[in-house]
Design a protein around this ligand. Structure first.
Ligand code: KG4
Ligand code: ZN
Length: 353
């Protein structure tokens, strides 16, 4: 089955063509970073307007790259949530309209299921069951995954998501949005051990996360350092040292919880997905941990860790092949619990739910 995937849930327009026999045929991505840069965060209305401008031309482009005529498509998958309502509606209406005009099934995909399944696009994909750590700008979740749609939430963040904490700390350090990759790059020149930040919620049992206290600790340290300096500003090396200590605190916290989740479930495979799974230090420390546990670590290549159309095309294709599809209504959801998704074996259209 050949499926077009459309991702417009936030500030990236992503489209891709995935074929169940031949794999990923092509994908295109446009990041709106520059559109939002001067506001220091995403402006939802600007995001929607830019998706309107970009999505259709990008669909034409990706079809050409995939050497696919539009009539050769057999299904359409679009992100239906969670995300920004206006932004989601652009991809959903376009996807739904294309499906209707081509008379092929279409399906609304859960954005986090897309992330979770992205490592399946790699040459050596994980096998079910596994534990998944979903770490993006909006979510930090540990999930037991027994199959597509067979999800049990093991723990999640009680406040900020890991990516959100990276972005906020980036802002404090004077870095452009999104801060995550920039904080990680700055941390490379930091001195390990000059500062130490708390590893939130690790000294008690459980698999929940909390990153807002860590963010406050960073803010206080930067204020102290500014007060100590004669010029009243934090020098570049100190910023790098703070970035390094912050990254280490997030990484160690995530690693401790992942180890606990593997132990609690008895599973031997750990999948990390979402933007923060592109973090090199996180991958490095997790690899050491899984090696000790005689387990395996899986993640997608960097461009499929952050938002993209390929993961939506892949996830949608699996569900469409199982006979699931949406009815005539266009349903998008700002919030959408991952655990509410139907398993693949439930061979019914969502319209019959
Ligand atoms: O999955 P994603 O593209 O979008 C959401 O679904 O939220 O994740 C974006 C998040 C941002 O917070 C970004 O700063 C973070 O992922 N991120 C990183 C890195 N690359 C992206 N955080 C830390 N280190 C990175 N290398
Ligand atoms: Zn995402």
């Amino acid at each position: 089955m050949r499926v077009l995937g459309i991702e417009t849930s936030c500030d990236e327009t992503g489209v891709a063509v995935y074929d169940s026999q031949q794999g990923l045929l092509a994908d295109c991505l446009f990041s709106q970073t520059e559109v939002h840069a001067k506001y220091g965060g995403i402006v939802p209305e600007l995001a929607s307007r830019d998706h309107i401008r970009k999505t259709l031309p990008m669909i034409r482009e990706v079809l050409a790259l995939a050497s696919t005529e539009i009539h050769e498509l057999e299904g359409i998958a679009y992100t239906a949530g969670p995300g920004l309502m206006g932004a989601l509606l652009v991809g959903a209406s376009l996807g739904r309209a294309l499906g209707m005009s081509l008379d092929i099934p279409s399906i609304g995909v859960h954005h986090m299921e897309g992330h979770l399944l992205a490592p399946m696009l790699e040459a050596d994909p994980p096998q079910f069951p596994f534990v998944a750590l979903l770490v993006s700008g909006g979510h930090t979740q540990l999930v037991e995954v027994k199959g597509i749609g067979l999800y049990r939430m093991l723990g999640e963040s009680l406040d900020d998501a890991a990516g959100e904490a990276f972005d906020k700390v980036g802002k404090m350090l004077g870095l452009a949005y999104p801060g995550g990759p920039r904080v990680a790059a700055l941390a490379v020149s930091g001195t390990h051990g000059r500062f130490t930040f708390p590893r939130p919620m690790t000294n008690r049992p459980g698999l929940e996360f909390s990153f807002s206290g860590l963010k406050t600790a960073v803010r206080n340290t930067l204020a102290e350092q500014a007060a100590l300096s004669t010029a009243g500003v934090v020098d570049e090396q100190t910023k790098a040292d703070v970035a390094c200590a912050f990254e280490e605190a997030v990484v160690q916290t995530l690693v401790i919880k992942c180890r606990r989740a593997l132990e609690a479930t008895g599973m031997k495979s750990l999948v990390i997905a979402g933007g923060v799974s592109a973090n090199r230090r996180l991958r490095e420390v997790l690899q050491e941990m899984v090696d000790k546990q005689r387990s395996r670590l899986f993640y997608a290549q960097n461009r499929f860790c952050t938002d993209n159309g390929a993961m939506i095309a892949y996830a949608g294709c699996q569900r469409l092949m199982a006979g699931q599809h949406d009815d005539l209504q266009i349903i998008t959801r700002a919030r959408w619990p991952l655990e509410s998704l139907p398993p693949l074996t439930l061979d019914t259209a969502r319209s019959q739910e």
